[in-house]
Design a protein around this ligand. Structure first.
Ligand SMILES: [Zn+2]
Length: 479
């Protein structure tokens, strides 16, 4: 090595380059022990300094001496990882960006050491726990919400956080495979000799089984009594799963808002019924604090409280209906510029040469009709057609029957309108998103039939889920 160094030094000199001496050091080892020694003279003008006994050098980000200084290395990796994590958590990123930043900016600081530095399962799990504790501290993860769901990918309804334990086990497994299957004498000897010398323990040829994977976490989440209701609902035939998960795949909510919505979906919001029956704490009553009639469950608060119905539920319903009304008014040329959903106030009637558009208006009929005030009615004067459009934000359990109920509800009105205005055809179009954002399966097709862009499904869902989280939050502060 000394000879090689001399060649490098003289070559460098010839090509007028300097040796990077500041990055070099010499360590003296005798019979496996570090000993004092001198600096190393390579050439007259070039000498490499001696590394002190307690010093370490950094190779690929790992502090090393004669061997890797485990304790210090780990502390450094942890410090950097949690430091970055806290910076991300304190930022004002939206949910998707925040989780992406954690996964791609904070996690690699420590994942980089996997397979090189030895981490025990206990250590990895306790770091994962500490991450969750921090998420809870910043209001992003409800303490009783599903832990498994945090790590499930967003397109499956989870929040897409990386688990250190899972990454670690995968990296170790892949690295071991890389070394053990390589057909080279050097690699073969390395594998044979590595009896617990490196973190990979290559001499052990047993295949590692990963105890925790995304698959097992998904199963665990789906299998829970309360947490499992939401993933179960996503499997319902009347639910469009991909559209229903748009709020979480797009991740546009603030992390705290998303956390609150997830807690509602996971059924862990501290309603009286939850406190009394699930956490088993004493409460004089588990009846609703507003109406005193129903059991105060999360379903009651989000969709069946008689006190919240006239204002809160109506506002939520109108928020979605307005999104559709405005889109229809723009498509039919009745208005020219679009406004934000909360700034948009529909007019009761709007009309031009081709169309007449009603909002929440009583339809005159010759014979009395029970349901004669749909949310939106549009007349196409050229085609001689009308469309009765009705928006519903039902409880999740009611999604299966909501569609057919709406069709039946407006049959009489459709018949009457056809007669009175001598129309060729009258359509009935129910538009349905449930309180926690499940998109009913006809919504995509019906949106297309109305000649509207599919984007407004996501816009409507955003209105609905924001209203639901707002209703629940307001409800809980008034104890
Ligand atoms: Zn109530």
């Amino acid at each position: 090595m000394k000879r090689m160094l001399k060649i490098v030094a003289s070559f460098s000199e010839t090509v007028r380059m300097d040796m990077g001496l500041s990055k070099c050091a010499v360590m003296h080892v005798r019979r496996g022990k570090l000993v004092e020694g001198d600096e190393m003279q390579v050439q007259d003008s070039i000498s490499i300094r001696r590394m002190g006994l307690d010093e370490t050098y950094k190779y690929l980000g790992v502090q090393q001496g004669l061997e890797i200084n485990l304790f210090e290395s780990k502390a450094t990796f942890k410090g950097k990882f949690f430091g970055r994590l806290k910076k991300v958590l304190a930022s004002k990123l939206n949910s998707r960006s925040m989780f992406t930043a954690i996964n791609t900016w904070a996690v690699p600081c420590i994942a980089y050491s996997f397979g090189v530095v030895r981490w025990s399962t206990t250590e990895l799990q306790s770091m994962d726990t500490r991450v969750r504790v921090l998420l809870t501290k910043y209001g992003i993860h409800h303490p009783h919400a599903s832990v498994s769901r945090l790590y499930v990918p967003r397109k499956e309804g989870g929040r897409g956080l990386q688990s250190l334990e899972i990454i670690h086990n995968k990296v170790v497994k892949d690295l071991r495979e890389y070394f053990q299957t390589k057909n080279s004498p050097l690699f073969k000897i390395i594998c044979q000799e590595d009896e617990n010398i490196t973190a990979l323990n290559l001499a052990d040829r047993r295949t590692l089984t990963e105890a925790t994977t995304i698959g097992t976490l998904t199963e665990r989440w789906h299998g829970m009594t309360l947490h499992g209701r939401y993933p179960e609902a996503l499997k319902n035939n009347n639910v469009n799963k991909e559209q229903s998960l748009k709020y979480i795949t797009a991740g546009y909510l603030y992390p705290e808002t998303e956390g609150r919505l997830v807690a509602i979906q996971d059924q862990v919001v501290p309603t009286r019924a939850y406190i009394k029956n699930i956490t088993k704490r004493y409460l004089p009553s588990d009846r609703c604090r507003k109406c005193s009639r129903g059991l105060e469950t999360i379903q009651h608060v989000t969709s069946s409280c008689s006190i919240l119905a006239p204002i809160e539920y109506t506002d939520r319903h109108n928020a979605m209906a307005k999104v559709y009304h405005q889109a229809i008014a723009i498509r039919t040329g009745l208005i020219l510029t679009s406004r934000k959903p909360y700034e948009y106030m529909p007019k009761a009637v709007m009309e031009n040469e081709e169309y007449r558009l009603y909002w929440d208006t009583l339809m005159e009929t010759d014979r009395p009709v029970a349901h004669n005030r749909p949310d939106i009615v549009i007349f196409d004067k050229v085609k001689k057609e009308a469309n009765i459009i009705d928006v519903t934000v039902p409880a999740d359990d009611n999604i299966s029957r909501a569609y057919t109920e709406k069709l039946t509800k407006y049959e009489d009105l459709a018949f009457e309108l056809k007669e009175i205005y001598n129309l060729r055809k009258v359509y009935i179009t129910p538009l349905i998103i449930t309180t926690i954002g499940l998109v009913e399966t006809h919504l995509g097709e019906n949106t297309a039939l109305l000649g509207l862009d599919q984007d407004i499904i996501s816009t409507s869902q955003k209105e609905v889920v924001l209203w639901t989280t707002r209703i629940v939050r307001k409800f809980l502060v008034n104890d």
